[in-house]
Design a protein around this ligand. Sequence first.
Ligand SMILES: Nc1ncnc2c1ncn2[C@@H]1O[C@H](COP(=O)(O)OP(=O)(O)O)[C@@H](O)[C@H]1O
Ligand SMILES: O=P(O)(O)O[C@H]1O[C@H](CO)[C@@H](O[C@H]2O[C@H](CO)[C@@H](O)[C@H](O)[C@H]2O)[C@H](O)[C@H]1O
Length: 464
Amino acid sequence: MKTSRASDEAVADLLASWAPAQRWFAHKGVAVHVQRIERTPLDEGGVAQLVALTVRTGEDSPEGHDAPRTVYSVPISVRPAPDPDLAAALIGELPDVDGSPAWVYDGPHDPTWTRALLTLVAAQEGAGSRTFGVNGHSAEGGLPVPTAARTKVLTGEQSNTSIVVSADAGETPLIAKVFRVLSAGDNPDVVVQTALADAGCARVPRPAGWVDGRWTGPDGSAAAGHLAHVTEFLAGSQDAWRVATAAVGAGEDFTGQARELGRATAEVHAVLAAELPTEPATPERLAAVADGLLERVAWACTAVPQLHGVAAAARERVEAVRHVQDAPALQRVHGDYHLGQVLHSRARGWVLLDFEGEPLRPLAERSVPDLALRDVAGMLRSFDYAASTVPEPGPWGPDCRTAFLDGYTAVAGTDPRTGGRAVLLAALELDKALYEVVYEARNRPDWLRIPLDAVHRLLGSDPS
Ligand SMILES: Nc1ncnc2c1ncn2[C@@H]1O[C@H](COP(=O)(O)OP(=O)(O)O)[C@@H](O)[C@H]1O
Ligand SMILES: O=P(O)(O)O[C@H]1O[C@H](CO)[C@@H](O[C@H]2O[C@H](CO)[C@@H](O)[C@H](O)[C@H]2O)[C@H](O)[C@H]1O
């Protein structure tokens, strides 16, 4: 296969100045240096390409301590002439190499790029080289790729990049999610969602397939894992964040929907516990959970100066987890559950999305069995966020919270507000709020007040 004559170095320079301004770039405001670039063509002509861009954040020390490195996946299309239809997606024009200039575009905005990705999935084909190679896979009994394949990139607040592929009558539209930070290992978005769909659970979009591959990891050794996930697109659905914030903005009740959401959440937890490995909540396992929570307290309190004063109280709250007697078994969970991860479809009711877990947590940690109450805590935090979008929400947030927990209890058969579960839930809610403080400090400083206030409220401390 022939790739464009644009040199790797020139592409790396171009991406080094463009990538940090993109929504998916997780190291905003930090000096980054490109360490390595690998490229693979996705199609015969080499127009559609995938770049694995390893960036170093900070400086390696003379004593031999390496600064952190991250591998980003950057889809590009490289064309021998400018395409006026793609003017808004132009990343840049590269200097002539062998007398042939190249125009580099943001791949997801170029329909050719998405078609190349879908072709790999449908044909279960591979491309690339031994060090950076990709393979398409169709899910068993998965959805076919639509023939028309018109594409549109979603513009929301996303860690990854999603491209909607519309369909002609009789076909199912799809959505292709391209993972932006490449981590070795299975991506739970693919594994967990596929397991649920295979078990006949209609609470997730139906799968079409995925792309996995091999690349050079941050430390220079070989890495392998998932690169993209393709599923059914639920056209005409609305995400729960939009529905909930519209309700609170209009002073409308949301408790009926919150109760149904609690039921749907417990249904999904039950299928996950039945289909994927679980672990008994032994004292050792609970101690490991508590250690993880303590690490997060330390991480958040170091990262955000406004949290320094709460560290001791936060540690005390999470230490209580060690002594819980009646903890439920650990199981696979959603991992980053909030209103933006749930869609309301008229035909299907609440449908859950994005089982990737928290983007700021290492991938390996996101694939081990965990407390299902972590998801419950995530959604409770989200009701607080939604309530915080209006100046005087009144009891809207607490009412949603009660309704959600009532719905969850009705299906799960156990109430997260009672016994040791209440201790776990309190610790996990605090944990989520601490994560959110760091997330907002890094990504949306204007939103920082919401989780910061929550941390103080949950700990009964003074926010001033
Ligand atoms: N299957 C789908 N059908 C309809 N909309 C979807 C679907 N999957 C994702 N979306 C929309 O895209 C947004 C981002 O998708 P998500 O999987 O959460 O990506 P990320 O991991 O980058 O946050 C969702 O909040 C939702 O609005
Ligand atoms: O959806 P992602 O996997 O990218 O999750 C990250 O971004 C979320 C924001 O887009 C962030 O969620 C926080 O803000 C939401 C409102 O925008 C709120 O509903 C959530 O409760 C709150 O946690 C999420 O934490 C982050 O991982």
